[in-house]
Design a protein around this ligand. Structure first.
Ligand code: MN
Length: 228
């Protein structure tokens, strides 16, 4: 969950999308990283939400001028939580920043700022100006992948609120969706029963009734029900 000015907060669509998929959301505050083992016995799965940039120290880089705000308290909690969740093979869903945390926690790197560092032509607008539930760019889903199976399509329209992106993909992860400019939009960890991350915000689409987004939450909650 978010942390700023000594306040912990969560955008409501995350909790609502989990409720609507049949799950029961429990919020974990920052500062509990030394008790992760105990906390993981209380939950059936872990969802990492969106938020500020990850400190580049976590992937052995110095800060570039385009790096945004970093919140070290969230980094340490979420990186620890991700590693433990994967280790215990519990269901994991990473959204936006959560998608980037998954990659960094498992040894991957990020573009600190797409517009300054991504040198391929045709870079799309990934920091959209449209409202949060509006889809603004397409993603191509790898045919035959877990994500295609979940969403039932190989091309979907998504919203986009990120200026960073996955650069080097962690060796245990596989890219299962990209946008037309080559930005990595979704990853899976194939050794987990359910470990999916997406660069967009399906929670905002799901609460507006988007069927593909709702299917992602239903798949996560169903995996959690199996009590791995
Ligand atoms: Mn995007």
């Amino acid at each position: 969950m978010g942390y700023k000015d000594q306040q912990l907060y969560l955008n409501e669509p995350y909790a609502k999308a989990i409720f609507e998929a049949g799950g029961l959301p429990i919020l974990l505050p920052i500062g509990v990283e030394s008790d992760i083992e105990q906390l993981l016995t209380l939950v059936d799965g872990v969802l990492l939400t969106g938020g500020y940039d990850i400190h580049p120290f976590y992937y052995q880089e110095e800060p570039y001028p385009g790096l945004g705000e970093v919140v070290p308290e969230r980094d340490v909690l979420e990186i620890t939580l991700t590693k433990k969740t994967i280790e215990k093979r519990k269901p994991f869903l990473g959204l936006c920043r959560g998608h980037q945390v998954l990659n960094v926690a498992l040894g991957g790197t990020l573009y600190q700022d797409l517009s300054g560092q991504f040198d391929r032509e045709g870079l799309l607008q990934h920091s959209q100006k449209a409202a949060r539930g509006v889809a603004t760019h397409s993603v191509e889903i790898v045919a035959g992948s877990v994500l295609e199976e979940i969403m039932g399509a190989t091309r979907i329209a998504v919203n986009s609120f990120h200026h960073q992106a996955v650069k080097k993909v962690a060796s245990s992860l596989r890219v299962v969706a990209s946008s037309s400019d080559g930005v990595v939009e979704a990853l899976v960890h194939e050794k987990s029963a359910f470990c999916v991350s997406v660069q967009w915000h399906p929670e905002e689409q799901a609460v507006k009734g988007d069927l593909a987004a709702k299917k992602l939450f239903e798949a996560f909650v169903n995996a959690c029900r199996k009590k791995m």
